[in-house]
Design a protein around this ligand. Structure first.
Ligand code: ATP
Ligand code: AH0
Length: 394
């Protein structure tokens, strides 16, 4: 048998596996690297987070990726170059993290890599008659496998689409394991570039789990900070607190048809970007808003669209909500949600023993473990598939 396949069998049959989950999200803030140990699979998985780091991206790298990010027309040459470059760059960051943690790469059984989403195109968004749902993550995993010497599993979203999904959110596969508790209706709310949530019902029946994107998380706030304040994000909401919310603009933003579309649904900065905001400003004659007022309005937009969604879909007093993602550290947004949902118990996922910043990287590590030794499970109305492709070091 091919040596790669022999090793794959051996890893899949191990009692305990060491795996790395990688997430590089729509915020383009850095690469999240979570080193975890696993035993078992599916809903019986035992896992432990051993180490976690977010390696921030340098501005020059962010600018390169932004050239091809969430835009209809880009340089195909740049996409091709970045596909190889990001794979190799992520491998370098993994090796650095392992060196810092004094872990020999040979001890790690697998890497599960999300890649960098550069375009997310569910049919609801692109609306081309003859095409279905599509999404593109780059940072080819062969480069990661060869450079680190570690078996790498990647490109998880394509199978979800091939089997009828939108390619996202994939969080539910891990959220069920990390967050479900019989007797409690729980919501795991991740506020990344885009906000999404997983509803975990108290009967612990995973066929009733629901996971969907809600709308913008940090993406518009970050974009405004980059464009008007030369800052990557609104640290501790300093700008939002200095501005005044414009209710007319806010109302127009909240009237986008996406908010009334059926669930589950996905979106991205392809829709929620500064052009969308400028169109709403034009329509409401609010183009002369100060930039601080704009950031305050966009921050409220994130908070209110999340609160509206929860109010419209759940019985508030019955819900325990756990936040994660970088947006859980945006005080303006979190305070807004707490005020708007006074009957919901709100905490962050550290109360569940999960580092809120590490959660998504852990989820991908879990998906990697499933790809190696799981069985397809039908969670909610999501495709019953195992996701991910295998790249071998040799
Ligand atoms: N102290 C803070 N104050 C305000 N905002 C913060 C703070 N810390 C982090 N953030 C926000 O969190 C963002 C990073 O979030 P995160 O890493 O969860 O995004 P992501 O993983 O790229 O997103 P996605 O889940 O959509 O792919 C930053 O860009 C910023 O908007
Ligand atoms: C296409 C894509 O990369 N989508 C991301 C993005 O970031 C948040 C939200 O939009 C979510 O749908 C998804 O990521 C998480 C990890 C998911 O699939 O669950």
């Amino acid at each position: 048998m091919n040596k790669n396949l022999q090793e794959l069998f051996a890893v899949a049959q191990k009692e305990e596996r060491l795996g790395i989950g990688l997430m590089s999200g729509t915020s383009l803030d850095g690469l999240d690297i979570a080193l975890c140990s696993f035993s078992g699979s599916g809903l019986q998985t035992q896992f432990r987070l051993i180490n976690f780091i977010t390696t921030p991206y340098k501005e020059a790298f962010k600018k390169e990726v932004q050239q091809v990010f969430a835009q209809k027309q880009v340089s195909l040459e740049k996409v091709t170059l970045l596909n190889a470059y990001i794979g190799s760059f992520h491998a370098e960051l993994i090796l650095q993290a392992l060196a810092e943690w004094r872990i020999n790469p040979a001890e790690v059984d697998f890497i599960a890599s999300h890649g960098q989403t550069i375009y997310h195109a569910p049919k609801r968004l692109h609306q081309h008659q003859n095409y279905g749902n599509a999404t593109l993550q780059i940072g080819d995993a062969d480069h990661i496998a060869v450079k680190t010497g570690i078996l790498t599993i990647s490109d998880f979203r394509q199978k979800h689409i091939a089997a009828g999904g939108e390619g996202a959110p994939l969080a539910l596969y891990g959220d069920v394991l990390l967050g479900s508790k019989r007797g409690e209706n729980r919501i795991l709310l991740n506020i990344g570039g885009i906000a999404n949530l997983t509803y975990l019902p108290a009967d612990a029946d995973y066929t009733n789990v629901m996971c969907t994107d809600i709308g913008p998380g940090n993406t518009l706030i970050d974009a405004a900070c980059r464009a008007y304040f030369d800052k990557p994000f609104d640290e501790d909401s300093a700008i939002a607190y200095s501005g005044t919310v414009n209710e007319t603009l806010l109302d127009a933003l909240l009237h986008h048809p996406f908010f009334n579309e059926s669930l589950p649904k996905t979106t991205g900065p392809e829709l929620f970007n500064l052009n969308f905001v400028a169109d709403a400003q034009q329509a409401t004659r609010t183009l002369n808003l100060t930039k601080a007022d704009l950031v305050a309005t966009l921050s409220t937009f994130t908070g209110r669209s999340i609160a509206n969604f929860i109010r419209a879909n759940f019985n508030e007093p019955d819900i325990k909500l756990f936040t994660s993602g970088g947006g859980a550290r945006n005080p303006f947004v979190v305070e807004y949600i707490k005020k708007a949902l006074p009957n919901v118990t709100i905490a962050n996922t550290s109360e569940l023993g999960i580092d809120p910043d590490a959660k998504e990287a852990i989820l991908f590590a879990l998906l990697g473990n499933e790809a190696l030794c799981g069985e397809p499970i039908a969670i909610g109305n999501n495709p019953k598939v195992l996701m991910g492709k295998f790249s071998f070091p040799e």
